[in-house]
Design a protein around this ligand. Sequence first.
Ligand code: NAP
Length: 292
Amino acid sequence: MRQTISTIAFIGLGVMGYPMAGHLARAGFNVRVYNRTTDKAIHWAKEFEGSHHLTPREAAEGADLVLICVGNDDDVRQVTTCPNGALHGMSKDSLLIDHTTASGELAKALDSACREHSVGFLDAPVSGGQQGAENGALTIMCGGDDNDFRRAEPVLQHYARAVTLMGPAGSGQLTKMVNQICIGGLIQALSEGLHFAELAELDQQRVIDVISQGAAGSWQMENRHSTMIADSYDHGFAVDWMRKDLGICLEQARKLGASLPITALVDQFYADIQAMGGGRWDTSSLRKRLTP
Ligand code: NAP
């Protein structure tokens, strides 16, 4: 098994992947990038002095570790197991880590595909948003084998403030689902509270100043209340992505027999936001749905 990681391929230079790959280049790794829209990869390679490649397979050649951060399950399949996918360029005993928020089923399938190629695998979705990626302060929830985790952890620390192995392949994605289930209901409750305060002609800022100190306080309240009061929804994680994530949660819940009535309702509220043209608004736009 390779223990030293010096060459890393990074596939997917979006809002999250671009700065994450940047942290690794700054830390001194030899970083090879691929992005579907080549201009972004060229721009990244100029900014961070890495190399850019025309297919995931080419980027993965010679890499000790391949990191992926694309959109959804289908996108991950396209950049890994398809003919020009990274897995076909990876050497024996290298490691593949998927940071995409995707399904637990995909994680298990990728784990098996990697084993057939004698490649290690971790599913490792993140939370912390664009700000967390840029500041190197993400929370990373991993699923996979303990040895692979120990090999990966020092690398992931370059853009994380917490990296945790949750269990076998798929456990990282299941943990991220819990994260999204918890967030959806919280944002709706915060939206309803602000909506109520406005109609009651209370000073919304003063209300939050008081109640955030007590049991109603949350990350969403602390970080999103002022932009929600200002009716501004351009602050991170997009509604389109949230619907993708809630869809994954609801599908998994069906398989588990779990009851998620609030999650299902909030998912429909986000569908309303999409119908209002807000697919790219951030998730706190549930507030706007109450007073369009
Ligand atoms: P993004 O800005 O839309 O970037 C997506 C990246 O994936 C782009 O580089 C895109 O390439 C690439 N891509 C998409 N489909 C592809 C395909 N079929 N083949 C090859 N490349 C493809 O998204 P993001 O915000 O970085 O999010 C990435 C993942 O992290 C998602 O799963 C998201 O749910 C998750 N996440 C996001 C946040 C957040 O706050 N943004 C927070 C936590 C988790 P192009 O440049 O060509 O479009």
